[in-house]
Each structure stands twice: as structure tokens, then as C-alpha cells.
Design a protein around this ligand. Structure first.
Ligand SMILES: Cc1ncc(COP(=O)(O)O)c(C=O)c1O
Length: 372
């Protein structure tokens, strides 16, 4: 575990993002997506905070991807809120069925085989169905609807707990898939209804859909993930979401030395562009810094610096033309609440914000703080 590199997660920023997402989504209930260690921000800390601080009228359900995450939420964090497990729960395994039933973990049923197992083994348990509207990843196809309806009727399961679908391209502006998927979901819901199947709840919108203010009637819930942690999901230069990055990735400067133009730094000997100072940070790809961070230009205490040379497993080097000893002793932040800075970082890395967050390894401690 690192002592001098830390991901500080701020409760006040998370709370602002949750409240602003709730308003943006027309005050429909939120199902915060907490999978993949709460998008890298620590499942335990984030889920505990949400579970304790938000009323069921705003957040009544937490979303995770796999049964292990759900088990951790119930048994270790002891969250009270309803849990949906979205993809990986091996419903055919007896021990998983018992865990879901004993601990009130609700599987999101996304194919016919799992629906059959559910109907046989989960009597009186809330049924959550996910439909494929074009993404072709998980979800029951519209052609399978007659069979689904037949099964539901046969098992006298005419009232579903929740119906949902998921967008393939909501992070893209004007992509034709978005309208197509909404039409397809509308048609699936109308077939269910006309066949006498009712549902209590429905959800469809993730971050991109909320940011772009898609319109879809009668949804009861939204399922935001990324935007809750700050970044805008939609790929456009326009600001559609003014979230605060909930974390600061902070480290110290571990060592430094003066260098002259023509000297080199690190593995592969990258040439130093001019006389200046090299600052060594105790972070590397073993902590989740992506190798493409090389050459990223950033700021520290108002000074411009550049990641120079290869990112190593444990260390990274910054070049600066000059720096005072006082500034060198201050913590260096790879990112903070500033969304634009984070956007530039992600752009330089040639990836997306999900990847940047999820790359931070367990060697970096997460510290949960109430106020920035
Ligand atoms: C089914 C489902 N709903 C909601 C989300 C949240 O998406 P986002 O993080 O883009 O808001 C995800 C994330 O992948 C998902 O798989």
C-alpha cells in the first residue's frame, strides 16, 4: 500500500453530483451504479455513504455487476437498500440462489434460460427483466417476447417488479441507435401491456441519456454511473454535465534533480528538452497510471510541467523549467474536482473516463473525506 499516493474521495462532491443528477432526471429515483469498486472509488466507502445519507424517495436501489459485489455490500458493508445485480450471478448455482434469496439480492434477468430458472426457483421473489433493444449484449430479444409472456402467464407472474433496457450509444450526440432503441423499448412495453403483463418500475437512462435529456414516458428510475463520479459521459465539446470530479488523485514529490538540455531520463533514455528540474513521483502503472500519460502537460502550484520519459511500474518523472523548494514540498495532484482538467487528461490518454478511474489499482489507498 502506498503512503504518499492516495485517491481522496469527497462526500460533498458525490452528494452534489447525486442531487444534481436527481434534478436533471426529473426527480425520478436513482439506481447509482457501484460496480467495479464504485468506478474505482471504493465500493465500501461509496455504498455506505449513499446507503446512510439518502432517503428511499431519491435512492432505493444500488446497482452492481456481479454477485460477489452484492454479497460484499450485504455482508460486509451491511447496506440496507435494495440491490440489483446486473450480469454475473450464475443463477443455476444453488448457493447463489440461496444468497440472493436470503440476502435480498435481485438478479436482473436478461435471457430466457435464466428466466426459466428464476420462475422455477424464485417463487414470490421480485422479477426484474432486461430487454435487448439493439445493443446485443445482454437482454431478452423482442422476438422472444411471445415465449416470455407464455412463461409468465403459465407461472402466474403477471406483475413484474422492474423492466429495463440499456443504451449502446447514449454517449454519442445524435446517434441513430438512441432513437431506434427507444422505439424498440416502447414497442416491447406496449406488447407486454397488451398481453396483460404489468410492471411496477422501469428504467432506461444512464449518464449519456440523462446528460442529453432524452425523453421517454413513464420511467420510474434512472441508472447513472459515470456522471455521479464527476465526468461527463457524452463525447462533445459542449458542457452537458457540470459534475465535480469526486476524487483528487494526490501524491508527493519523492525526489528531484537538476538536469541540463541534452541529458536523458528513465528507461529508454528520453531526452530532456531544456535545462530544468526533474521531479520523481511515487506512482506508476503499478498504481494505475496509464503508460500514455507520457508527455502530458499539467500544472503544479501555477507552474507548467510535463510527464517526461516512460511511466514506470512504481515511478513517474515530471520535467519543470524551475520550481521552488516550497512548491516541491506541496502535494502534486494528477486530478482534482476540475472537470476540464480531467477531460484534458482523458483526451491525452486517448481513452475514456471509465478506464482512467477503473485503472487505479489497490495499491493506492482510497480515503473518504466529508468536505473538499
Ligand atoms: C445496465 C447498465 N445500466 C447503467 C449503467 C451506467 O452507465 P453510465 O456509467 O454510462 O452512466 C451501466 C454501465 O455500464 C450498465 O451496464
Amino acid at each position: 500500500m502506498r503512503q504518499r499516493s492516495v485517491l481522496k474521495v469527497y462526500a460533498d462532491r458525490l452528494e452534489n453530483n447525486l442531487k444534481n443528477t436527481f434534478e436533471l432526471g426529473g426527480r425520478k429515483k436513482l439506481i447509482p451504479m457501484l460496480k467495479a469498486n464504485a468506478y474505482g472509488h471504493d465500493l465500501s466507502l461509496v455504498s455506505h455513504f449513499i446507503d446512510k445519507n439518502f432517503d428511499d424517495s431519491m435512492i432505493d436501489t444500488l446497482g452492481v455487476a456481479c454477485i460477489g459485489e452484492a454479497e460484499f455490500l450485504r455482508k460486509v458493508v451491511k447496506v440496507q437498500k435494495r440491490i440489483f445485480v446486473f450480469s454475473d450471478f450464475q443463477i443455476e448455482e444453488k448457493k447463489n440462489q440461496e444468497l440472493m434469496q436470503d440476502f435480498g439480492v435481485i438478479p436482473v434477468i436478461s435471457n430466457l434460460d435464466n428466466l426459466k430458472i428464476f420462475l422455477n426457483s424464485f417463487e414470490k421473489f421480485p422479477l426484474v427483466l432486461k430487454f435487448n433493444t439493439g445493443m446485443n449484449r445482454l437482454g431478452i430479444n423482442s422476438e422472444e417476447l411471445p415465449e416470455v409472456i407464455k412463461l409468465l402467464k403459465k407461472n402466474n407472474k403477471l406483475q413484474l417488479e422492474h423492466v429495463m433496457s440499456h443504451f449502446a450509444c447514449s454517449y454519442l450526440v445524435g446517434h441513430e441507435m438512441n432513437q431506434k432503441q427507444m422505439k424498440s423499448f416502447e414497442s416491447i412495453l406496449s406488447t407486454l401491456k397488451s398481453s396483460g403483463i404489468e410492471w411496477k418500475e422501469s428504467s432506461f437512462f444512464n449518464s449519456g441519456a440523462l446528460e442529453q435529456r432524452f425523453q421517454f414516458d413513464n420511467l420510474t428510475h434512472h441508472r447513472p454511473g459515470l456522471m455521479l463520479y464527476g465526468p461527463q459521459s457524452t463525447m462533445t465539446n459542449k458542457t452537458l454535465w457540470d459534475g465535480e470530479i469526486v476524487s483528487d488523485f494526490e501524491t508527493d514529490i519523492l525526489d528531484s534533480r537538476n538536469v541540463k538540455r541534452g541529458e536523458f531520463v528513465g528507461y529508454g533514455a528520453t531526452e530532456v528538452p531544456a535545462d530544468g528540474r526533474l521531479l520523481v513521483l511515487p506512482v506508476g502503472y503499478g498504481d494505475g497510471l496509464l503508460p500514455r500519460l507520457q508527455n502530458f502537460e499539467t500544472q503544479h502550484q501555477g507552474q507548467s510541467l510535463k510527464f517526461l520519459g516512460r511511466i514506470n511500474m512504481d515511478l513517474a518523472s515530471l520535467w519543470v523549467s524551475s520550481i521552488s523548494l516550497e512548491d516541491q514540498n506541496k502535494p502534486f495532484k494528477l486530478w482534482d474536482s476540475n472537470q476540464n482538467h480531467f477531460k484534458n487528461l482523458v483526451k491525452h490518454l486517448g481513452t475514456h473516463p471509465y478506464d482512467v478511474f477503473c485503472s487505479i489499482t489497490s495499491r493506492v489507498p482510497r480515503k473518504f473525506l466529508l468536505k473538499s
